[in-house]
Design a protein around this ligand. Structure first.
Ligand SMILES: *Cc1c(COP(=O)(O)O)cnc(C)c1O
Length: 380
């Protein structure tokens, strides 16, 4: 079966007793045993729950993975992967890593004796140079937040394999519809399912997918031991979201391409960052390793907070909010929102100026979105 069909059907057989087409919300803590030592397959919902199993099987299928473990949030999924580490271990990560991931690395795992090095993800050799004998994981995000730099997954996978390190790819921005890093050599893919996978800005969740049985067992062990599991309603909402992932992603991308084109011709806009634009420095890599360019578009206004303030106040369709990946279009100001906790020097080093704006392009009528941007750019 192909992607769109799997998104609707995988892990979701009609209910054996009632024939229900939709996997029920198994809102239960425990499951009856048939006899001493004989559960029917489920015992206690921290360990496993049928609604969660359906979601895990569907997600694994979409990432072309054998195994999947769902978590209560994207950050719980990140923590699940980091549970592989022991004191003394070292991780090489892209510098443009999601802010919450960076906080978990630095504020939780560094005090526990794990060390991290950060490299420019656009230079595959930089990963090789940062390796140490104790490097266990290489951590990538591609495209990266908020400036859409890419990592060459195949090249970095080769470096990881040679060293005996595991390559972890956070695939939240592309979604499995546009990119499947396991097929390009990554060992583990993780998602904040909060974003495109659920797609409607109504549920927090995460997942870890792999083809490695031993890694999967470790993730499953940790999920049961630490208990950051998603509830059945949340799993059900994510399953419902997945059914339309393919059509949503196609529309998200069509809208994003039109908006990137529009912005690159606007005189007030200094620079547009979008992997689908031929001006993107890694456009060729994007064409090679992705099936589409996604729907996050970043651009720069000449001024700073004052101009950005006028811009966001004039918007009527785009909502001024954090997060991404929902059907509604959002505008975010990285310098004061997602990257507000960094020092101005750290932000400058990452290329995040006060005039940088990030759009999560939704699936509304694209002309309404362009009219909205046009009105707001005229105001700044
Ligand atoms: C949102 C996000 C996360 C964290 O996910 P939550 O569901 O918010 O916990 C991790 N990585 C990326 C790339 C994200 O966008």
């Amino acid at each position: 079966m192909r992607f769109s069909t799997r998104a609707i059907r995988m892990g979701q057989r009609p209910d054996a007793t009632t024939g229900s087409i939709i996997v029920p919300v198994y809102q239960t803590v425990n499951f009856v045993f048939d006899d001493v030592g004989r559960p029917r397959g489920y015992e206690y919902s921290r360990t496993a729950n049928p609604t969660r199993t359906a979601l895990e099987e569907c997600l694994a299928s979409l990432e072309e993975a054998k195994f999947g473990v769902a978590f209560g949030s994207g950050m719980a999924a990140v923590d699940g992967v980091l549970s592989l580490l022991r004191p003394g271990d070292h991780v090489v990560s892209v510098r443009h890593v999601y802010g919450g991931t960076l906080r978990l690395f630095e504020k939780v795992y560094v005090p526990r004796g794990i060390s991290f090095s950060y490299v420019d993800g656009t230079q595959p050799e930089a990963f090789g140079r940062a390796l140490r004998p104790e490097t266990r994981l290489i951590w990538i995000e591609t495209p990266a937040n908020p400036l859409l730099q890419l990592v060459d997954v195949r090249a970095v996978a080769g470096i990881a394999r040679q060293h005996g390190a595991r390559l972890i790819a956070d695939n939240t921005f592309a979604s499995p519809y546009f990119q499947r890093p396991l097929t390009q050599g990554a060992d583990v893919v993780l998602h904040s399912t909060t974003k495109y996978i659920s797609g409607h800005s109504d549920v927090i969740g995460g997942a870890v997918l792999t083809n490695d049985e031993q890694l999967n067992e470790q993730f499953r062990f940790y999920s049961n031991a630490a208990g950051a599991v998603p509830g059945p309603w949340d799993c059900w909402l994510s399953l419902r979201g997945l059914k339309t992932l393919a059509v949503r992603m196609r529309q998200h991308e069509a809208n994003a391409r039109a908006i990137a084109d529009y912005l690159s011709k606007h005189p007030v806009v200094q620079e547009v960052m979008y992997p689908g634009l031929p001006s993107h420095p890694q456009h060729e890599l994007a064409k090679r390793q992705m099936d589409g360019f996604g729907a996050i578009v970043a651009f720069r206004l000449g001024g700073g907070n004052r101009e950005v303030g006028r811009f966001v106040k004039a918007l009527q369709v785009f909502l001024f909010a954090e997060s991404l990946g929902g059907v509604e279009s959002l505008v975010c100001h990285p310098a004061t929102m997602s990257h507000g906790a960094l020092s101005p020097q750290q932000r400058t080093a990452m290329g995040i100026t006060d005039g940088t704006i990030r759009l999560s392009v939704g699936i509304e009528d694209v002309q309404d979105l362009i009219d909205d941007l046009d009105r707001a750019l005229a105001a700044c």
